[in-house]
Design a protein around this ligand. Structure first.
Ligand SMILES: [Zn+2]
Ligand SMILES: [Zn+2]
Length: 337
């Protein structure tokens, strides 16, 4: 989750007619988003945009010039998923170019809900988070610290896409792009295959284990971690020339990376079962029992909400497989069946 800051790489032609254009994500450990530009006989298409910030916009504008084009020429944007480091700049790109913006409907409906809350009463988000943390049995001091960390984080109202994309083949001028719906990191996440390359957005990264969380607004039958496992397996058995992810290094060896990630999560699930063997626990205690990339008490306060969501995604998978029972309340109790 938390990453050391590294240097943002330069714009690079990573495959014939495919450019990587990094755009900064200011004040965020992720550092930057790797947008891709696909050249076609029709004009350029983008995969993702970047965070809605003037510095990221400047990176994108300069990057497009390096690619030999400009924002006015962009014909369409494929958004891998709704997170603000991917969707953020679509409004500015669409306004400058008149291009279409496509994303999966499952993510678009989350953006619609989010817009309604932000436009109506953003304080609802903080109130819901506090209730959720109390149900998880987080301490009052921890809750205060986390809410302070979140308040430093200003959220722009996200733009809505104008086109639904799912598992399908897109013809972009002379380029063929095969889209694959890969839910897990978000319900509508998309991966793309083009000319033997696999663009994985945030679904499959070289050194980062993608965040998969259960945030409390999902229906009881939703199992994001189970979806994520299925979506990882969808990518196996067809090794691409190279994986072009949205963050950090390009890589090869999809099957090996998928096996590594499945093992990582199997270990976390085993930790939960072991912790529950001596009796029921509240979600916050389960978080403490799980291994994170640093000791729990040293995790930045702003990351704890995501860590809880990640723990609850593991609990939901165990609940759906009949291994645990979740008794909701204040606090919620999780026990082995
Ligand atoms: Zn993401
Ligand atoms: Zn991202």
């Amino acid at each position: 989750m938390t990453l050391p800051l590294k240097t943002q790489p330069p714009v690079e032609l990573v495959a014939p007619g495919i450019w990587m254009v990094p755009t900064v994500v200011p004040d965020n450990p992720i550092g930057w988003t790797q947008t891709y530009l696909i050249e076609s006989s029709d004009g350029p298409y983008l995969v993702d945009t970047g965070w809605n910030h003037d510095l990221a916009w400047a990176d994108l504008m300069a990057g497009l010039v390096t690619c030999g084009t400009s924002v006015e020429e962009v014909r369409g944007v494929i958004v891998t998923h709704h997170h603000p480091d991917h969707l953020g700049l679509v409004g500015r790109v669409r306004e400058a170019s008149g291009c279409w913006v496509g994303m999966h409907d499952a993510d678009t409906s989350l953006v619609k809900q989010h817009r309604e809350i932000l436009l109506d009463d953003p304080s609802v988000l903080a109130a819901e988070t506090i209730t959720l943390l109390q149900e998880a049995d987080a301490g009052p001091c921890e809750i205060d610290e986390m809410m302070d960390a979140h308040q430093a984080f200003r959220m722009e109202v996200p733009e809505l896409p104008d086109r639904h994309l799912g598992t399908q083949t897109l013809q972009l001028g002379d380029r063929r792009v095969d889209l694959q719906h890969t839910p897990g990191h978000t319900p509508g996440h998309l991966c793309l295959r083009i000319d033997g390359r696999l663009l994985t957005g945030d679904h499959l990264l070289k050194t980062i284990s993608s965040h998969v969380g259960l945030y409390g607004f999902e229906a009881d039958d939703k199992d994001p971690l189970g979806d994520y496992f299925s979506s990882l397996r969808l990518l196996t058995g067809a090794e691409p020339v190279e994986v072009l992810p949205a963050h950090r290094g390009r890589f090869t060896g999809v099957d090996a990376r998928v096996a590594e990630l499945l093992e990582h999560h199997a270990d976390r699930l085993a930790e939960i079962r072991t912790a529950l063997a001596s009796g029921p626990l509240a979600p916050w205690a389960l978080c403490r029992a799980m291994t994170w990339n640093r000791p729990w008490d040293e995790l930045p306060r702003g990351m704890l909400r995501a860590a809880l969501a990640e723990a609850m995604a593991h609990v939901r998978l165990l609940e759906r497989s009949g291994d645990v029972v979740v008794v909701r309340g204040t606090p919620t109790q999780v026990r082995l069946t």
